[in-house]
Design a protein around this ligand. Structure first.
Ligand code: SF4
Ligand code: F3S
Ligand code: FES
Length: 245
């Protein structure tokens, strides 16, 4: 690889511009560098006004999400040698743009507040005992770092957002629904208020998840099946109706 790489970074300043544009920078290549290093180089050596969000540089805080050569990715986990010497870095398109690469992801906190938290089953005696095997399923979802790359890539979120909660939030609901001591069922609200029916299982969310969570197979499809069982299973409906008599 030659010494210089070309990094085109999307620049937008809401105080001076109506729309943004890509600006090209030349950055010296160093073995092992990641895309975040290239943007940090621009910030330190070329233009300190560039706005980026990052924190851990270890793929764990979920802050440095962006679209690298069009693919939603973490800047700190994407090596330059993987993407080549001509790189474009754009902000996540699914969220409102604040400045340069920084987007407003606060909509996610609004959705998160709507989903009921872990609620223990009624009558559980303490101390709670759990067979480690029974927590395996929900443990996968706890790996989520809230990078929102799955939300960014999802065409339903991009095109509609409301009323669809989106993949990250189904993962969160599933982490509690599949906990052996949880006493709630969130599938119905995911379907009704959360618009889960809009998801047509394209699996793009699973492809971009940096934590390799099987979002579609293990969370979304499971929650969809639960919702169908709970809402349309005639036997379940009969039992439920009897209980209410
Ligand atoms: Fe990021 Fe994966 Fe969590 Fe989605 S599920 S927010 S892609 S870590
Ligand atoms: Fe979107 Fe994932 Fe469903 S990308 S359409 S949430 S499978
Ligand atoms: Fe923390 Fe990239 S800087 S995930």
């Amino acid at each position: 690889m030659s010494d210089d790489i070309s990094v085109k970074v999307f620049r937008f300043d809401p105080e001076t511009e109506k729309e943004g544009k890509f600006v090209e920078y030349k950055v010296p290549y160093v073995d092992g560098m990641v895309v975040l290093d290239t943007v940090r180089y621009v910030e330190e050596k070329i233009d300190p006004t560039i706005s980026i969000r990052w924190n851990c540089k270890a793929g764990k805080c979920g802050s440095c999400s962006a679209e690298i050569n069009g693919r939603p990715s973490l800047m700190c986990k994407t090596r330059v040698e993987e993407v080549g010497k001509n790189i474009t870095v754009a902000p996540m398109a699914a969220f409102p743009l604040i400045k340069d690469l920084v987007t407003d992801v606060s909509k996610n906190w609004e959705i998160a507040r709507k989903i009921p938290m872990f609620t223990p089953k009624e009558g559980l005696e303490k101390p709670w005992r759990i067979n480690p095997k029974d927590v395996e399923r929900s443990k996968e979802f706890k790996r989520c770092i809230e990078c929102f790359l799955c939300m960014d890539v999802c065409h339903v979120v991009r095109e509609h957002f409301t009323p669809y909660f989106g993949p990250r939030h189904i993962v969160k609901a599933a982490s509690w629904d599949m906990h052996p001591l949880d006493g709630l069922d969130r599938s119905r609200m995911l379907n009704e208020e959360g618009g889960m029916g809009y998801c047509n299982i394209t699996k793009c969310c699973t492809e971009v998840c940096p934590e390799h969570i099987k979002i579609t197979d293990n969370a979304i499809i499971q929650e969809k099946e639960r919702a169908v069982d709970r809402q349309y299973d005639p036997i379940a409906m009969l039992i439920k109706n009897r209980r209410h008599k």
